[in-house]
Design a binder for this molecule. Structure first.
Ligand code: DX5
Ligand code: ZN
Length: 220
């Protein structure tokens, strides 16, 4: 049986920042259609990465800009991310009081932007099932957010399966994105659980053969 084809979203957090443009082009030429930006504020997560300016610089490569906001106040920086070329803004359920209100406010900033909702490993999937139909994408964190290169948390697979069943039963178009610790050992279980989009940082940028890693994610 043919493998389910997935969308590969390399995370530039693990890229060689001294050659970032080349790295992005390599990913694009290897079949990646998304580019994953991990924006961290040092508050919501114990790390500080980069800001919306990176989106502005890398938009010229014409890849779908998948922006993962791990910040306390996602609305505060959403407009700048969108102005600089974000195609998808994903914020964390744990960072806001009212996720539905926040997604409405983000959609008012641009009619074309896609909006995603993310949950940390310790947040039960049942918390967000009633909200799914408001979002274009749900991002399941399969590591504790904050750093690349961590080990995949196996209990994430059950969350993906529950979400897949819910989306299929309701006939929703919401995509499932999985983020953290995905590599050659874990990709097939993530695919079989029902993911649509897979983020990979260290697996893509630390491997000797980026094309092979990306093609393996896609399922070519
Ligand atoms: C972690 C980030 C991930 C991370 C993935 O907080 O959200 O996107 O960069 O990196 P790997 O694939 O190395 O776990
Ligand atoms: Zn991420």
């Amino acid at each position: 049986m043919a493998k389910r084809k997935l969308i590969a979203a390399p995370s530039i957090l693990s890229a060689d920042l001294t050659r970032l443009g080349e790295e992005v082009l390599d990913c694009k030429n290897s079949g990646a259609t998304y580019l994953h930006y991990d924006i961290m504020d040092g508050h919501f997560v114990p790390n500080i990465t980069f800001g919306p300016d990176f989106i502005k610089s890398l938009s010229k490569y014409g890849v779908f800009n998948d922006v993962h906001l791990m910040i306390d106040d996602p609305l505060k920086y959403s407009k700048k991310c969108i102005d600089f070329g974000a195609d998808l803004i994903t914020f964390h359920y744990e960072a806001v009081e009212d996720a539905i209100e926040v997604q409405e406010q983000i959609r008012k900033l641009s009619p074309n932007v896609k909006v995603g909702l993310s949950i940390k490993p310790r947040t039960p999937i049942e918390k967000i099932l009633p909200l799914i139909n408001y979002f274009d994408l749900v991002l399941i964190m399969s590591v504790e957010p904050g750093f690349g290169g961590q080990k995949f948390i196996p209990s994430s697979l059950e969350k993906i399966k529950v979400l897949r069943k819910h989306i299929d039963e309701k006939g929703l178009n919401t995509l499932i994105e999985v983020d953290g610790g995905v590599n050659a050992e874990t990709i097939e279980s993530v695919r079989d659980a029902g993911a649509d989009v897979v983020v990979a940082g260290s697996y893509v940028f630390k491997s000797k053969n980026k094309r092979e890693a990306i093609q393996n994610i896609i399922g070519e």
